[in-house]
Design a protein around this ligand. Structure first.
Ligand SMILES: Cc1cc2nc3c(=O)[nH]c(=O)nc-3n(C[C@H](O)[C@H](O)[C@H](O)COP(=O)(O)O)c2cc1C
Length: 201
């Protein structure tokens, strides 16, 4: 069944509801899976910072393992596990870097400590000791003392443009789960399908 109902609207409803009623779920924490340059999938937690009609935005180090993976294969999956609310949302889509000025705008809004860490930490690279990291932080503290800290070239956002959604609602007491799936069609309409499955929790 094609539908005018947009899954982003569905996501928005669930997101704000979970955020309000189950703050312990940390609604914006999501598991991001990429296909690594070694061909294996890898997942890690990142924070959803914005979502729009176009997709889901998070920020990271472009030189990180996930950055390298996306540069080679931009097909990704994200999963929200809202355990207290007994809801999951699984999304597949394609990631692309957002415009530099948008990353700069968001970087500007971050606390000074986070800005300095973006300069000091070479994400995904092994550092020989904590001391090395601390020295790097000190170096950038001195370098940018009394001046605006610019966004490092290697830091910025990605938007994940979705093409598949699965919304799962677990009715634990009743013993079933309710799954609603949306798939983007070539004509940009969403194909909707819903089913009820026996809970296997
Ligand atoms: C609660 C939580 C939130 C995180 N948020 C982010 C994030 O928004 N961006 C990010 O790059 N890493 C974030 N991380 C760190 C990542 O999980 C990961 O360790 C790091 O990005 C390196 O991943 P990679 O080597 O696979 O690229 C977060 C970790 C935790 C535990």
């Amino acid at each position: 069944m094609t539908t005018n109902h947009n899954p982003i609207q569905h996501f928005q409803q669930w997101f704000y509801e979970v955020d309000k009623t189950h703050p312990q779920d940390e609604a914006n924490a999501m598991l991001l899976s990429t296909i690594g340059v070694d061909g294996f999938p890898k997942s890690r937690i990142v924070l959803l910072k914005r979502f729009t009609w176009e997709g889901f935005i998070f920020f990271t180090n472009y030189n990180s393992e996930k950055g390298k993976a996306i540069a080679q294969n931009n097909k990704v999956a994200i999963a929200f596990n809202w355990a207290a609310a007994k809801k999951n949302v699984l999304i597949e889509g394609e990631a692309e870097k957002i415009a530099k000025n948008l990353s700069e705008g968001y970087f500007e809004s971050r606390p000074e400590g986070s800005k300095l860490s973006a300069w000091a930490s070479d994400q995904s690279k092994v550092v020989s000791s904590r001391k090395v990291l601390e020295n790097q932080l000190k170096h950038y503290e001195t370098k940018f003392k009394n001046q605006m800290i610019p966004k490092p070239e290697h830091w910025g956002g990605y938007i994940i443009r979705p093409n598949k959604f699965e919304f799962i609602e677990h009715h634990v007491k009743e013993g079933f789960s309710h799954n609603t799936k949306y798939k983007l069609q070539p004509d940009y309409n969403w194909f909707l399908s819903a089913k009820i499955t026996l809970a296997q929790l």
